[in-house]
Design a protein around this ligand. Structure first.
Ligand SMILES: C[S@@+](CC[C@H](N)C(=O)[O-])C[C@H]1O[C@@H](n2cnc3c(N)ncnc32)[C@H](O)[C@@H]1O
Length: 224
């Protein structure tokens, strides 16, 4: 089903442009022109920087930024029609420690300097069917290779999901790609302060939430 485009989308993005660190348009794809930014370029400070990929409507980014005023957060989503709600919510509140990239995660290295990110947060990524679209999964090895380049040594990935198959796939891929698992739970306690839109729906349906935390030491390449 095609999503109906929100009205005045361009104008709305213009009004919140200071919150947008990168936005891919047709010229990005035709000319492959982009600027690689460091967190310092974006936030003008040396605070640790987290990266949320697939932020959707932004409930997590909004709450995380307020709970952690000394951490920068770059929130990414490829659907401008969805992320605009997140950007406007943050702009209305005047939060200064969160900025957005309206880009596909596949292109992160074209926008963000390598080895600058402390943690990568994946909240309820699209599970995509394993056989047909597994390479679109945000924990497919092609994405894990990108994350390794973005993370600082000892930087971590925090993945939260409701889907058993996707969780198993992700834990296996993390191990195979040289990440070290430090936390693994199949029934994460509720934390309403940091609940995402999808999480709330799944919890309300009684579905247990799974989480894995893994770090990359910046060295290992072999399978664990
Ligand atoms: C299932 S939604 C979850 C949204 C939010 N994290 C939550 O928990 O409520 C997944 C989001 O990931 C985004 N997404 C999926 N693949 C992506 C990619 N390759 N690059 C950037 N965003 C992506 C989608 O546009 C969508 O907004």
């Amino acid at each position: 089903m095609r999503m109906r485009l929100k009205k005045h989308l361009n104008e709305r993005f213009e009004n919140v442009s200071k919150y947008i660190a990168a936005k891919e348009d047709k010229s990005f794809y035709s000319e492959r022109s982009s600027v690689v930014l460091s967190p310092f370029d974006i936030f003008n400070n040396n605070n640790p920087t987290s990266l949320e990929i697939g932020c959707g409507k932004g409930a997590f980014a909004f709450n995380y930024a307020q709970l952690h005023p000394n951490i920068n957060l770059i929130a990414v989503d490829m659907i401008s029609n969805v992320i605009i709600d997140a950007v406007e919510m943050v702009a209305d509140e005047g939060l200064i420690n969160v900025k957005f990239m309206v880009i596909a995660a596949e292109n992160l290295l074209a926008h963000l300097e390598e080895h600058t990110i402390s943690e990568i947060i994946l909240n309820f990524p699209c599970p995509y069917k394993k056989n047909s679209y597994s390479n679109a999964r945000l924990t497919h090895p092609r994405f894990l290779e990108i994350y390794k380049k973005l993370l600082l040594p000892q930087g971590k990935i925090i993945l939260t999901t409701d889907k058993d198959n996707f969780f198993e796939f992700s834990v296996n891929r993390l191990r195979e790609e040289g990440f070290f698992i430090t936390e693994l739970t199949t029934d994460l306690p509720r934390n309403e302060k940091l609940e995402t839109e999808y999480e709330k729906n799944f919890r309300d349906m009684g579905i247990p939430i799974k989480r894995v935390v893994a770090y990359f030491d910046g060295l290992s390449t072999s399978k664990q």
